[in-house]
Design a protein around this ligand. Sequence first.
Ligand SMILES: *Cc1c(COP(=O)(O)O)cnc(C)c1O
Length: 496
Amino acid sequence: MEEEILNFEKLSRLLEPSATERASVREKVVTYSEEFLEKIEEADAYKAEFKRDGSPLESITDETADIEELIEFLRERVDYPRLNPASGGHMGFIPGGGLYYSALGDYLADVFNRYAGLFSAGPGAVRMENMLIRWMAEIVGFPEDAAGNLTTGGSLAHLIAIVTARDAKKIHSAGGARPVVYFSEQHHHSLDKALRVAGLKGECEVHQIPIDERCRMIASELEERIELDKKAGLNPFLAVATAGTTDVGAVDPLEDIGVICRKHGLWYHVDAAYGGFFILTDKGKEKLRGIELADSVVMDPHKGLFLPYGLGVILVRDRQALYNSFYHEADYIPPSKDGDEPSPGDYSPELTKHFRGLRLWLPLKLFGLKPFRACLDEKLLLAKYFHSKIKELGFQVHPEMEPDLSVVAYRFVPKAIEGDLVKENRFNEDLLEKVNADGRVFISDTKLDETRFLRFACLSFRTHLNNIKVLLEILKEQTESLIGYEIPGADLTHDV
Ligand SMILES: *Cc1c(COP(=O)(O)O)cnc(C)c1O
């Protein structure tokens, strides 16, 4: 038997490359990534073509490949076609980031592979994640003993929040008054998904609260609706406000909604996936006033702190509520001892997990907060700048007033087709396609009341004034080429 085991060992040891082999692969990987980063300022934000046919390198067999060949595959098939989220020209969807030191944090987390699910196994890793959660709880104004969890993103964080609210408010599928959830008309679809996954779709009413002309939930309408529903014998248990909507970046009246939720005994959840970290700035803090009244808040460091994709956070005011929904016991898991810190495994559906705190901690420690704050302030001003300039170019903007945060919806209506919504929408869809075909920028679109709007969303740490100027020039050029004449009075040269 020993001989057989040793035979296997010989092969299985191939999984441990020598220092020389590691250095050789690492150097090629680093060279490849440096080549990308060195040219990131000039790199396209969008490249339309990609190969749809398969490649032999795609499948998994006993065959081995060498790193050069694999890097070529990545270069050709993976890392360049379509959207380049690392580019400062990415101003569509909600842009992500890609701070380099996060990648190094991931590198260390992966090499050491500390167990971050359980305090007794990886106390240092768990303490770090708990400290980061406490820091984020503090910046939103939660009490010191608030709980939370680092998730893969906002959607999973919402799911955790919905499940916690469901359990805390004792919502069961059998019996009792029919539960009601309140969203704004502009809520993010990940909340509908979370409701469905949490088994609440069909088990509760979802009431959509109307928005005002700035796309913010009308708090008085929420209160009226709650009162009506209570009178009708329903059980209102959860309201969700958004701090930065996806379509226009609107911030709901967080304080008013919080007061209403307290008064009527509802769980108050705030979706700050996009807008939450603006609270680090003075302007953002003012906009987000009232977020501290929430029972739970979702934020996305992979948006607002410019991390590479893969990090969201759920914060819950009542530690016990989060624990009640997710704690676990098993004979093969050591119970916690006095003096132990809480384990992430007791506050999320996960057990074994990526030590994802390190990708947040490393850049925050190496840079300090100052450049993050400046970068967020810069984004707020760039959005104001864009809002003002695009109006000068003759575009309609929505809302008409200055943006709450860093998203602006806009559209061009050529005189010749004014009043024909189908044609107007078509025109803006064509314009979007032409702008993205240029490659230097990437923009996205949405519909507000059946009207097609283009979206400017500014959140990449690599987006600076020059990117906005390029976007405005492309918009002007492509609009003029579609309408066939120059936009009268358009002047991109002066400051705002
Ligand atoms: C991005 C976003 C989400 C979803 O978060 P993911 O990290 O993409 O899962 C939810 N709500 C808002 C407002 C968002 O911008």
